[in-house]
Ligand binder design. Structure first.
Ligand code: GLC
Ligand code: GLC
Length: 812
């Protein structure tokens, strides 16, 4: 069953009924002002940081689902309703929500009144536009009242949701010339405020929540809307809101537009007030913005510009393959999701509350792997921000706050895979951009002034961090956890409420990770190439030797006979081994070790991938481990706290699946790689929406595994490393269009029944037009560039500065 359909031409997903299995969301904003918005206009907004600069409130895990948002009410003489269905949930005669790239349009009709609201954040602005257009489809004139409603958050979303003894007294607003200003704490340490403006003259307004709703009422039934009269309330403490009331008359067939603006503004410290010694906000800087964006002309232009922006971005890499789902994901939704994960890491979604986590170190570094071609400058900036949170030891804060860019002390460090991902991110960025100068860029350690050193030194320390922490099998010590945050081998927790992630009650000198070992091999290979490029032979040979030792350690202590082991626990016993009762085989080391090239020459790689196919793959994807843990194991931690088939305990943890796709492509099995790609491709699962439940246009973190009660049910959509990794797997390994230090490599490993595909790829300022043709059933490739055969599979950018290249690839 489906709840909508893809409109590929418009790059939109069209939802055709409001009560989707879960709120299906979209993101607004791309630089500093952001919001999440559901298909019924639920969600919230923030400036840069969903925790520290929250603009509107949202109550997660609420009933009914997803209440709190960007609401409009329409009222006629006898009735009122929400054109976005929520919060009144009154039946609509027609409903449609179009989630597009950076915008959402909700259309509906009730009682002959048609409405459409377009929500978006104009490029370069710290505001969101709600452009409402109402049409009277009745035969007679309609007199309508329109109410808007948002609930302001008192900035710090954590404090806002627990410090009521103070917060019920600090809410402050101003209303001036029909604009509502939310300015709690502006009198003292804040120089920012929010405004909520409307393009029409007001019949009234409200800023105190209970005045608008009436006591003991909800957003579904505000007394002001029911009675058609605003109370012109001024919030003094309690819960400040913004609500405008506009009265309009529409002739039969007539349409009217109303623009609402919700925006964030900072004033210079010395010019906060006007008059200077008053407590009144100085509107000098904000008013011109408000006046401008209340004009339809400005709004229309801004919307066109937003569409152009996305068209340009996505236009950098377009593919045309025999598979619709591949085309749709690569050309539109996967790229879009990568931008969203780049912006938010794991901070704000329907499943991430915006208050729990900032930017994850390993998350953001992996998000960069597929992203760099979209906006190389922002990738560069992100790499340097991340490097600045690295610790002098080479270790890393597990997370940092986007607003302050400082490492988060609550969670701390010692997740021993973290620093290695930085090497991969830097390598991916250089391969894409050819910008070797980034290596000389200086970044501090732990943001301490005076500690600055080159990025080259940072990535060296990342690798050295692993070498300084080896265990008795010469494999890397795991620390609190590696990529799998829930495999906690140094936390033996039997105390309720204890954090598996931050409690470390074992010494940490025994448990080792085969996964980190594989990752180390991948990272060292990059480092060796980088050292060679910058002419540092000492470093190159040092890392070469270290890598060789690690490869040997993996082969002798990380191999279980038919697959790679996962780890050694605090007793030195293997995990992910045929000797174990449960959790005999894990997906991560099979993917990462083969990606590291281990065992490709001696059959281990093939055996490992055959074991994955036999034991881990099923119709909804590849599960993380098997058999899932049915018991709680003190020595394993959080992983065994989940019921079998969920999360890290044997779900299809989608992030890991592309590692297997890449590994399959590396050993030349294109059909198998593509088959796995297809199993978790959200668009290919659209017909299963009733089971899958999450949005069919983006990847989810997990799909319940074969041992779960509801196999195939997805959770935690949007913010997952799956976005970037799947993009890498399909574009760089299956389609085989892969940036390298020397140029663009084209080496597809596609299904046997594909006759070929074509693509256009912008690479270092040159547009590659690529035609791939299958003339035999193997994977060997010969390439013609502008009609001439070249040697090998790497196409360098033209020496003569030409801006276009024609590339023909023949697969034999
Ligand atoms: C709050 C505090 C209390 C303090 C009072 C006056 O009620 O809980 O400790 O004495 O404010 O500041
Ligand atoms: C979550 C975390 C990520 C971790 C993964 C597996 O997605 O954000 O850092 O690697 O879970 O535990």
């Amino acid at each position: 069953m489906q709840f909508g359909y893809f409109d590929d031409k418009k790059k939109e997903y069209v939802i055709t009924q409001p009560d989707t299995p879960l709120p299906w969301i979209n993101y607004l904003g791309n630089e500093a002002y952001f919001g999440i918005i559901s298909n019924t206009a639920g969600g919230y907004s923030f400036y840069k940081d969903a925790r520290l600069r929250r603009i509107t409130r949202y109550r997660y895990n609420n009933v009914p689902l997803d209440v709190g948002g960007r609401y409009i009410y329409i009222r006629d003489e006898s009735d009122f309703w929400s054109p976005s269905w929520q919060p009144t949930r009154k039946d609509l005669d027609e409903y449609e929500c179009r989630h597009g790239l950076g915008y959402t349009i909700i259309k509906s009709k009730r009682n002959g009144i048609e409405s459409q609201t377009k929500y978006f954040v104009p490029l370069g602005q710290n505001l969101e536009v709600w452009e409402l257009s109402i049409t009277n489809r009745r035969e007679v004139e309609a007199g309508l009242s329109i109410f808007s409603a948002v609930e302001f958050c008192l900035w710090d979303a954590v404090d806002d949701s627990n410090n009521y003894q103070r917060n019920y007294s600090i809410g402050e607003v101003e209303v001036e010339n029909d604009v509502i200003y939310h300015k709690s704490e502006y009198r003292e340490r804040r120089n920012h405020f929010v405004y909520f403006a409307c393009s029409q003259p007001l019949a009234g307004f409200d800023t105190q929540r209970e005045e608008f709703l009436g006591s003991y009422r909800g957003w579904d039934n505000p007394i002001c809307v029911q009675q058609g009269v605003s109370h012109n309330s001024k919030a003094t403490g309690w819960q400040p809101i913004g609500s405008h009331h506009v009265k309009i008359n529409l002739e039969a067939g007539e349409t009217k537009n109303i623009i609402f603006l919700l925006g964030y503004q900072e004033n210079p410290n010395a010019e906060k007030f006007n008059p200077p010694n008053s407590q009144i906000i100085n509107k000098k800087y904000v008013l011109p913005i408000i006046q401008d964006y209340l004009k339809e002309e400005t709004v229309n232009k801004a919307f066109v510009a937003l569409n152009k922006y996305w068209e340009n971005l996505l236009g950098k890499f377009m593919v045309d393959t025999p598979d619709l789902h591949t085309n749709r994901m690569v050309n539109i939704w996967n790229a879009y999701q990568m931008m969203v994960t780049f912006n938010f890491s794991r901070s704000a979604s329907y499943f991430e509350s915006g208050i729990g986590r900032g930017m994850g170190f390993r998350d953001s570094t992996q998000d960069l792997l597929g992203f760099s071609h979209l906006i190389p400058d922002r990738a560069r900036e992100r790499i340097l921000d991340l490097a600045a949170t690295q610790l002098p030891s080479g270790g890393a804060y597990h997370q940092y706050q986007p607003l302050t860019k400082l490492g988060n002390n609550d969670i701390g460090s010692d997740f021993n895979d973290d620093p290695l991902w930085l090497v991969l991110a830097v390598a991916a960025y250089i391969k894409e951009s050819g910008d070797w100068k980034i290596l000389d860029e200086k970044a501090p350690f732990d943001n301490q002034p005076g500690s600055e050193d080159s990025l080259y030194e940072h990535i060296k320390r990342s690798l050295q961090y692993t070498l300084d922490r080896l265990g008795s099998h010469s494999l890397p010590l795991i620390g609190r956890a590696d990529w799998n945050d829930c495999l906690n081998l140094n936390c033996f927790s039997d105390t309720p409420g204890q954090s598996f992630q931050t409690t470390t009650n074992k010494e940490g000198k025994v448990a080792e990770s085969v996964f980190i070992a594989g990752l180390f091999v991948i990272a060292t290979k990059e480092m060796e190439t980088i050292a060679r490029y910058v002419g540092n032979e000492n470093d190159r040979s040092h890392f070469y030797n270290a890598r060789t030792k690690m490869e040997n350690a993996i082969k002798s202590h990380g191999w279980d006979g038919k697959w790679f082991k996962r780890a050694y626990d605090n007793e030195g016993d293997p995990i992910g081994s045929s000797q174990c009762q449960e959790g005999k085989i894990f997906i991560e080391p099979q993917g990462i070790c083969v990606m590291a090239g281990i065992g490709i020459d001696n059959g281990m790689a093939e055996d490992a991938l055959n074991s994955v196919k036999e034991r881990l793959a099923f119709k909804h994807g590849i599960v993380l481990l098997e058999p899932a843990y049915k018991n709680y194991y003190l020595n394993l931690g959080e992983i065994s706290s989940y019921p079998p088939g969920y999360k890290e305990n044997g779900s299809v943890f989608c992030h890991t699946n592309p590692w297997i796709m890449i590994a399959e492509a590396m050993i030349g099995r294109g059909d198998q790689a593509f088959d796995y790609y297809h199993r978790i491709n959200p668009s290919a699962r659209e017909g299963l929406s009733e089971l899958h439940r999450c949005e069919p246009y983006v990847y989810s973190q997990m799909i319940a595994g074969k041992e779960a009660l509801k196999p195939g049910e997805a959770k935690n959509s949007w913010l997952t490393g799956t976005a970037s990794w799947n993009y890498v797997a399909i574009t760089q390994y299956i389609l085989g269009i892969r940036p390298t230090y020397e140029g663009l490599q084209i080496s597809p490993v596609i299904p046997k029944n594909w006759k070929g595909f074509s693509a256009t790829r912008e690479f270092r300022g040159c547009e590659f037009t690529i035609h791939v043709e299958r003339i035999g059933l193997g994977n060997s490739v010969s390439i013609e560039v502008n009609g001439e055969i070249i040697e090998g599979t790497i196409v360098p950018t033209p020496d003569n500065g030409a801006k276009k290249l024609d590339v023909h690839v023949f697969i034999q």
